[in-house]
Design a protein around this ligand. Structure first.
Ligand code: MN
Length: 287
């Protein structure tokens, strides 16, 4: 199933070029009081919400997909984890190009592990990316994103995939420069997630996904997730050896070669097999 969040916090099933409004399915969620849980309630209760959404679908209002505003499919992730340089050819280009590495030592992922992006950097496709420092180089990084479905710690390779709720496409937007990744990649709107969540039962082989990214129609990135240096199973095992993974936690799996700059006015389009197309406008600084 493809589930989207749209307009003012509505829930939809994506059916081809149509969104079916199934927002009343969210009434199943427990009412949270302060202190709020540090995980996403929609993803925690995804199975029940899905079942109710399916019941509501035949009578739900329908809207053309291109008329709705798409929000991040996960509203409240407790953390956004990300894999750096997880495609060999991107490691090569990052080491070769001074504008990418800025004299930072680019280490392979087996040495550097993961990094975190601030949850405040999360944005949906229709919100677009707002470039905070237009005088600097700001790059697109197309990445397959894994959404965690359960509370887990110390996963084994055999059980890792059972912790996955589903997948999204993502943009790990990056300001190039000498500072820490967590600073340069956590600017507001620099973690784009969307266009919707594809549940794990529908996208059964995340290690065979063709994907591409264009800017203003020009092809910049094209790859297949089979070329991940560390695949999803091992990323999950590794992450869960450091952090308790919670429902709604987000894992950016890394970008392939072809990263490059965008400027306000550009339009980024990603296309992931089994997920679909995501269009993201690039804006100037937020006022
Ligand atoms: Mn990245």
């Amino acid at each position: 199933m493809k589930l989207c969040r749209f307009n003012a916090g509505r829930l939809g099933i994506v059916d081809g070029a149509t969104v079916i409004d199934v927002t009343p399915a969210l009434d199943l969620l427990p009412k949270a009081g302060y202190p709020l849980p540090r995980h996403d309630l929609f993803i925690e209760h995804l199975a029940e919400v899905r079942a109710r959404a399916q019941e509501l679908a035949p009578t739900g209002p329908r809207y053309p997909l291109d008329t709705v505003s798409l929000l991040s499919p996960v509203a409240n992730p407790g953390k956004i984890m990300a894999a750096p340089v997880n495609y060999a050819k991107h490691l090569e280009e990052a080491r070769e190009q001074a504008e990418i590495h800025h004299n930072n030592r680019i280490e392979e992922i087996r040495r550097v592990g993961l990094f975190l992006k601030a949850t405040s950097s999360l944005a949906g496709a229709s919100e677009g990316v707002s470039i905070a420092h237009p005088g600097r180089r700001n790059d697109h990084e197309a990445e397959l994103v894994v959404v965690i479905g359960k509370r887990v710690r110390n996963l084994s390779r055999d059980t890792a995939m059972a912790s996955v709720a589903g997948y999204c496409s993502g943009l790990d937007m990056t300001t190039r420069g000498p500072e820490e990744r967590s600073l340069r990649k956590s600017i507001d709107t620099y973690a784009v997630l969307g266009p919707w969540l594809v549940t794990a039962d529908e996208l059964t082989d995340p290690h065979e996904i063709d994907f591409s990214l264009t800017v203003n129609g020009e092809l910049r990135q094209r790859a297949n997730t089979r070329d991940l240096v560390i695949g999803i199973v091992d990323l999950l095992v590794f992450a869960a050896s450091f952090y308790t993974l919670e429902p709604g936690d987000i894992l950016f799996t890394g970008t392939p070669e072809g990263v490059g700059p965008v400027v306000p006015g550009d339009v980024i389009v990603t296309d992931f097999g089994g997920i679909g197309r995501m269009t993201v406008a690039v804006h100037g600084p937020r006022s």
